[in-house]
Design a protein around this ligand. Structure first.
Ligand code: SAM
Length: 243
């Protein structure tokens, strides 16, 4: 029996319709496999506070996919998700848009183990899960300025995050942060940092998911010039002393 028969998918399907995303049976099955692995592994390690099926669908899967409102995901692109945790938003993006080349980065190794299990069980290709700090992987011999798009959700304030994320983006590429209501003060405080790091605020795409009233602000920063060599500073400093 298809696993999808075990679950009521009406919320997922209407959410996908709202985002104009069409998934195959196979992709729906992959999302369900991901949900099952997430809840199974969550019983012995801390991955998410949300475990109810409908809530995971809305607050993790559909929220991750809402990026489509700010970025054309139909094209090929190299994408990095900084501080991905249990894989959000990187895994939902990779399942729904398999042509994307996705790198997931997190400083907690047990989460990387989980992500590799998801990759194997769902038979996902062109996905790398890397263990380390964003400050360290941004070195020139590693992943500096290699990506068309950097995304991040629930990792740090916008100043800190700009120093962690903008070094990964090629000139002309974008860094998109999934933000909440607090964005006004945060964005004012981050303006200087964004400029120093070679970015420019392009737009903010704000919306609420219709039935739950969940607010989301996708804060879009364009990379207009290379990030100066001295950034990011050594691990910990972007958080302790934001630019
Ligand atoms: N993005 C996921 C989400 O929205 O559910 C996880 C958010 S979780 C609150 C923050 C994650 O960022 C944690 O998994 C943590 O290990 C990771 N993290 C924090 N600082 C980091 C850094 N400097 N480099 C890499 N990962 C980092």
């Amino acid at each position: 029996m298809m696993k999808s028969k075990k679950y009521n998918l009406s919320e997922f399907k209407s959410g996908l319709e709202e985002l104009n995303i069409v998934l195959s049976e196979k992709q729906i099955e992959q999302f369900i496999d991901y949900y099952e692995l997430l809840t199974e592994w969550n019983s012995f390690m801390n991955l998410t506070a949300i475990t109810d099926f409908d809530q995971v669908i809305k607050k993790h899967f559909l929220d991750s996919l809402s990026l489509i409102k700010a970025y054309d995901l139909s094209r090929e692109a190299k994408v990095i998700d900084i501080g991905t945790g249990a894989g959000f938003p990187g895994i939902p993006l990779k399942i729904a848009f398999p042509h994307l080349e996705v790198t997931l980065l997190d400083s907690l190794n047990k989460r990387i183990k989980f992500l590799n299990e998801v990759k194997d069980k769902l038979a996902i290709t062109n996905l790398d899960a890397l263990h380390g700090r964003a400050e360290d992987f941004a070195k020139p011999e590693k992943l500096r300025e290699k990506y068309d798009l950097c995304v991040s959700r629930a990792v740090a304030n916008l100043s800190t995050l700009s120093e962690l994320c903008l070094p990964y983006v090629k000139a002309g590429g974008k860094f998109i942060s999934y933000k909440s209501e607090k964005i006004k003060e945060e964005s004012i405080a981050a303006k200087k940092a964004i400029g120093i790091l070679g970015g420019e605020v392009e737009e903010q795409v704000e919306f609420t998911f219709s039935d739950e009233g969940l607010y989301r602000n996708l804060f879009v920063i364009k990379k207009i010039k290379p990030t100066p060599k001295k950034y990011p500073r050594k691990a910990g400093l972007p958080g302790k002393e934001p630019l």
